[in-house]
Design a protein around this ligand. Structure first.
Ligand code: KIV
Length: 272
């Protein structure tokens, strides 16, 4: 059970106010204490403990194998680091789809055991009752529309959603439904920028885009992607702000070579 009380963290009210004031919301994923500390000290608005950890940290091909225990373990680590960012934890596959009761019980664990302030779940109208149930219990919910990776097998691949008029219309309706159900924000993943702009203007809660253009109220990306650490697959919407894969390989190779040729440790790194 968590005993920490991070009273200076942003709240969902701060995040909602940013939309009203036209201030963009910056969101990144983190999965561990070290990275979350750096982000928090850099004044990120929201840290999302995404179930993308299944792919970039645990090495699975999809997010589907991620469990509640995985998510709680990593959310606890991130929460220990966060003094100013709002912490949102992703609800993993099947932790909220089976019944509204289990969804509420699982959502509650993120606040009670892992010190998160909100949860995220994927889906539109089919999740409306669940969102209502969870928010009625005092747990803020971030929704997720467009490309929803937990439905990858139904969608048939990581592809742009809402390109046709009927599917675009359905996503707009879903956004209104989840707002009505009580969500405080919504991630829009991989949809045309015009559609994201229309949704952003038609709902009062913040839209957080990932591959959804610049008109969203905020943006989210996976930290391993922007640092150039995850090189298995780079979606078009990812901008690499660093190439740490290369930097880490250089450092590791230098270390190996110094160990092998006996130049490490030198006197500076040894005790007399
Ligand atoms: O799991 C995740 O990291 C996400 C974001 C990419 C939105 O859902």
């Amino acid at each position: 059970m968590s005993t920490q009380n991070k009273t200076n963290r942003k709240t969902i009210l701060d995040i909602k106010k940013m939309k009203i004031q036209g201030e963009k919301i910056a969101v990144l994923t983190a999965y561990d204490y070290g990275m979350a500390s750096i982000m928090d000290e850099s004044d990120i608005d929201i840290i999302l403990v995404g179930d993308s950890l299944g792919m970039v940290v645990l090495g699975y091909d999809t997010t589907l194998p991620v469990t509640m225990e995985d998510m709680l373990h990593h959310t606890k680590a991130v929460s220990r680091a966060a003094n100013s960012a709002l912490i949102v934890a992703d609800m993993p596959f099947l932790s909220y789809q089976v019944s509204t009761q289990t969804a509420l019980a699982n959502a509650g664990r993120f606040l009670q055991e892992a010190n998160a302030q909100a949860v995220k779940l994927e889906g539109g109208r089919e999740c409306a009752d669940t969102i209502q149930k969870i928010t009625s219990a005092g747990i803020p919910v971030m929704a997720h529309l467009g490309l929803t990776p937990q439905s990858i097998h139904q969608i048939g691949g990581y592809r742009v959603q809402g390109k046709k008029e009927d599917s675009a219309h359905r996503i707009i309706e879903d956004a209104k439904i989840i707002e009505e159900a009580g969500a405080f924000a919504v991630v829009l993943e991989c949809i045309p920028e015009g559609l994201a702009s229309e949704i952003t203007q038609s709902i009062s809660i913040p839209t957080i885009g990932i591959g959804a253009g610049v008109e969203c109220d905020g943006q989210v990306l996976v930290i391993n992607d922007i640092l150039g650490m995850y090189d298995k697959f780079t979606p078009k919407f990812v901008k690499k702000y660093a190439n740490l894969n290369l930097e880490i390989k250089k450092a590791v190779k230098s270390y190996i070579s110094e160990v092998k040729n006996g130049t490490f440790p030198d006197s500076e790194h040894s005790f007399k």
